[in-house]
Every structure is written in C-alpha cells, then in structure tokens.
Design a protein around this ligand. Structure first.
Ligand code: C2G
Length: 135
C-alpha cells in the first residue's frame, strides 16, 4: 500500500484544497493529511476563520482523505514520515524545495497550485462585499 502525506491549514476549505488532496491521493492508496493546529498557525502568522476542530472535521469528510493528524511544528515531518510509513510527501508548488531534506526518507512531490483561489482572496472578497453593502 503506497502511503501519501500532505500538510496544510485548510481554512475556508476551497477548490484549491480539494484539488491538491485529490491529486495527492491519486499518487497512492492511502492519504494522511496533517492539519495545522491553531497554535501552529499562530507560529506561521496565519489567523484562521475556522478553528482547528472544524478544519479537521471538514478535511476528514473529504472522500480522498483516509486519516487526519495534527500539525503542531515544522519539525514533525520526519517523525510523521517514519511513524506512518509514508512513501510520498506532497505539497503545493508554493513550497517548492522547502521539504527536500525529507528526500532521504521518502519521495517529495510538489504539485501546481490551483490558480485564482486562496483563503486570503476569499477573505478579501467577503470584506469588500461587506464594505460595498455598507455604502
Ligand atoms: N493549495 C493549492 N492551491 C491553492 C491554495 C492552496 O494547491 N489555490 C495547496 C497549498 O499549496 C498547500 C495546501 O493546498 O499544499 C494547503 O494550503 P494551506 O491551507 O494554505 O496550507 P499552508 O499554509 O501552505 O500550510 O508545513 C506545511 C504547512 O502546514 C503548509
């Protein structure tokens, strides 16, 4: 069984998230997704709309996902790859090269991001709509 892992915040779950999970799963048989905790997002400088528990449940409900774990630190990837017997670590291309040190343990694959959508963009669009409605 070929096991895949990927990491992310997955806030305001959108098509870009769905597509990377689908493509990651298509590289193997079993997909583990490490969802960033609220505390780790603070370290990443990200403020989430949805708390960890909501983001975890949403990702768990995605048909491509077989298991969800917490991501609490940058450094946990090596331990995760060993603990879950991972064959391939997958990340979006915005992380190109950032996790190459793991190549000694597993294959590392960077997949193209989905253009035209991001959590930040969604937040801006909602904010702009609210501003326009207030006028
Ligand atoms: N993604 C994508 N296309 C988008 C937006 C995101 O392919 N339009 C991918 C990202 O490249 C990432 C995954 O979806 O692989 C999750 O994205 P985020 O939730 O923004 O996660 P991030 O903050 O990149 O966290 O240790 C790694 C970090 O936890 C990654």
């Amino acid at each position: 069984m070929k096991k895949i892992i990927t990491y992310g915040t997955f806030d305001l779950f959108h098509l870009g998230h769905l597509r990377i999970l689908e493509r990651a799963k298509n590289l193997g048989d079993y997909l583990v997704v490490a969802v960033s905790s609220d505390e780790f997002n603070a370290i990443k400088g990200k403020k989430c709309v949805y708390p960890f528990e909501h983001r975890k449940q949403i990702v768990e409900a995605i048909k491509y996902v077989d298991e969800v774990i917490r991501e609490d630190a940058w450094e946990q990837k090596k331990k995760d790859v060993k603990k879950y017997n991972i064959d391939i670590l997958v990340m979006g291309a915005d992380w190109q090269g950032k996790f190459d040190e793991l190549i000694e343990l597993c294959e590392v694959v960077y997949l193209d991001r989905t253009d035209g959508i991001s959590t930040t963009q969604i937040k801006h669009e909602i904010k702009n709509k609210k501003t326009n409605m207030a006028k």
